[in-house]
Design a protein around this ligand. Structure first.
Ligand code: PMV
Length: 313
């Protein structure tokens, strides 16, 4: 029986991926159908400070002291200890599991980190607030790619839809009507760092063109927020279609993503776009509630390796 068990959800980026790295607005929401979990088992017979980290998904089973400082899970544990000014943990095993597919734009790295930070701080009797969880998770995100905007750790730590602009106070918000989404996975793993690096190089080579694309993405995100708060899914769907065009122009879509986007629109989705870093990973389709299963079936027929139906509210 674990002493503590803590979870963190996956996430989708609804609008503004990539442009958000360059200070533009973005919108993201948690996805509770998938999650990372950290279980803490106290090991009272072992000496204090002996911490075993187990993450079977990545074949990791090691003592904390044996792991290098940059190892993301080890860094997360050390960051909580520093934050809470705790010299060490009581002897324990930390077991980390996740149902979030990796390198697919659903925030698996940030969710694993947040679940670990939550579990360790709770085990120490001082559970961290979402803002502190987010700030510490951001430090770990920097290992995954050098210039994270911070949107993943924010939406996952707060577990609410967020309107996010880098460096500005966070705004959470509630949609006026529930938004029904179908998430379709291309099955192509695509590390965010590569897509982010490619966009950076393209921006350096053609700054005016990319600044204009980022500005367009920013306008779409701001308009999307009003439509979400007004409760107009049809208008929101059109903005998703436009956002996908902008992402294609940035060079971060792929033939698999384009095929799934087209299949969902043909099956009655109100709008669809890639979500996250792109090149592979997941796309999202906005649907009327009654159309979710038919859109999911069309995505699977078009090659999606899995679909998730979720509601943002
Ligand atoms: O982790 P992903 O694949 O959802 O990508 C995050 C979104 C990006 O804008 C591409 C990167 C970032 O740091 O915001």
């Amino acid at each position: 029986m674990p002493a503590v068990r803590a979870h963190a959800p996956g996430k989708v980026i609804l609008f503004g991926e990539h442009a958000v790295v360059y200070g533009r607005a973005a919108i993201a929401a948690p996805v509770q159908q998938v999650r990372a979990t950290t279980a803490v088992m106290a090991e009272p017979r072992l000496p204090a400070g002996q911490v075993r980290l187990q993450a079977p998904d990545i074949h990791l089973d090691a003592l904390l002291d044996e792991l290098p400082a940059w190892q993301p899970l080890a860094l997360a544990v050390r960051l909580v200890l520093g934050e809470l000014r705790a010299p060490r943990l009581p002897a324990c095993t930390l077991r980390i599991t996740s149902t979030i597919p990796v390198a697919s734009g659903l925030g698996s790295g940030a969710a694993v980190t947040v679940s670990l930070l939550r579990a360790v701080s709770t085990f120490l009797g001082q559970p961290l607030e979402p803002s502190r969880l987010s700030a510490l998770a951001y430090e770990v995100e920097k290992i995954h790619h050098g210039t994270p905007s911070g949107i993943d750790n924010t939406v996952i730590a707060f577990e609410q839809p967020v309107f996010f602009v880098r460096g500005q106070p966070l705004e959470t918000f509630a949609p006026a009507v529930p938004l029904h989404l179908v998430i379709g996975d291309t099955g192509v793993s695509s590390p965010t760092a590569i897509a982010v690096g490619d966009v950076r190089r393209a921006w350096q080579a053609a700054p005016a063109e990319y600044e204009a694309l980022f500005d367009r993405a920013d306008r779409i995100s701001r308009q999307a927020r009003s439509e979400i708060e007004r409760g107009d899914p049809t208008a929101l769907g059109l903005l998703m279609v436009e956002a996908q065009e902008v992402l294609k122009s940035m060079g971060v879509s792929s033939s698999d993503l384009d095929r799934l986007v087209a299949a969902s629109l043909a099956a009655g989705a109100l709008g669809a776009k890639l979500s996250g870093g792109g090149r592979g990973g997941n796309m999202i389709a906005l649907v009327h509630s009654g159309a979710a299963s038919q859109v999911a079936a069309a995505l699977e027929a078009a090659g999606a390796v899995r679909t998730i139906i979720t509601v943002i509210q």
